[in-house]
Design a protein around this ligand. Sequence first.
Ligand code: ATP
Length: 488
Amino acid sequence: MSKNTDELFKSVIAHAKEYGFVFPSSEIYDGLSAVYDYGQYGAELKNNIKTYWWKAMVQLNENIVGIDSAIFMHPKIWKASGHVDGFSDPMIDNKDSKKRYRADQLIEDKIAAYDNEGKTDQAEALQLALDEAQKADDLARLRELIIENNIVCPISGTANWTEVRQFNLMFSTQMGAVADDADVIYLRPETAQGIFVNYLNVQKSGRMKIPFGIAQIGKAFRNEVIARQFIIRMREFEQMEMQFFVRPGTQREWFDKWKETRLKWHLALGTAPEKYRYHEHTKLAHYADAAYDIEFEFPFGFKEVEGIHSRTNFDLSQHQEYSGKKMQYFDPEIDPDTNKPYGNYIPYVIETSIGLDRMFLLTLINAFEEEDLSTEEKQDSRTVLRLHPCLAPVKAAIFPLTKKDGLPEKAREIMDKLKVDFNLQYEEKDAIGKRYRRQDAIGTPFCITVDHQTLEDNTVTIRHRDTMAQERVPADSLDKIIGDLVSW
Ligand code: ATP
């Protein structure tokens, strides 16, 4: 029953749709490219991932607080942050197909094709030339490489290319009734800037002392030109970010700490450690003094899920310059070298930034299993999501064995007691076996069956998703049994 990784990925996407996790946006209008909607179980799973992150970051750390800043922000913020001038990809259009491509992506695809054909020398030479062109920001050179290597448009098959130009990834819109340039505002391409511009508000109102962090979960928007691989690269997505403000000179120590802490957060969900790896950035952004990605092995290869960046004091200094407002923090602690307070400075920032949608996909892929249950007598299988119970959309399903003899009423009575604390589902249609399969497919850790014996001694059977083992337990112990397993 083993599938290749491509088939496995397709099965996960189909499963996500069939069972109400992820739908293509605007599907009845043939969809909207790189935009997706989360269905009834997807929304629950997403909320549970957010809660797991929020608790780990905010609730467990006394020096980290969470905020919720607006998506719309003053347009100058994006000038100060460098996004207006620098947040862009090099694009090239094919004149025949009228389709637009990322110039560097076309070249990378060609490098992969050379590799596949065993032309390693050509692949290496092209990679080198691409690196040089990127380093020099040489757009004309990118076009030359496309022409020289005879790269044709996948749709028209022609090499009739335009010039390469930078294409800004920010979406813009107008605020207010009059459309003029001055009113242009952007949909935020990252949540971080909402934290930077509020850092002093939070520090003062919360009497925060350095080192401290500000966390936020929210939507971000990028007009990605190449949208690939399902919810990996979307135009509207969600980020969970934390900016940690530290004393200058201590950033490396904090960077190392957060790099480790964040990987531990991932591994605490029970994922096999070999599925994860760090990727160190060698080409650093102009504002960064260290950057690592946490990558996960998706069916199509290792891909970034989270970035940990040491952003120096770049963002706060830029906002000080553009807003004219002081972004300094007064540090009253005594510097042992000088015996005086550290005094005023602009803090350095360590950032942890994880894509919620990529985390969602990772979770789904990791949990998905098509399990062969065949015996000598008969062929059988089930699709099961082995989600960590704390992330499961439905914690338990309650089934009356039959629809009569007062069993539905008893099942509802048990459910009413538990549903305040847990998201539950009641099901009375179909044979028990079929109901188990439906719950396996959405990752429900427990199925509870109410039968005639329940009416006599108030016990129920509880069936465990992973082992499929069943046991008889008192109905009154259910809240503890479920609570113990689904807690953080
Ligand atoms: P990539 O190199 O894959 O485009 P990035 O380096 O631009 O990602 P960051 O700006 O560091 O990403 O954003 C932090 C996190 O946000 C990423 O690790 C990723 O999980 C998520 N993310 C970024 N862009 C998208 C997107 N278009 N769709 C979904 N998630 C995204």
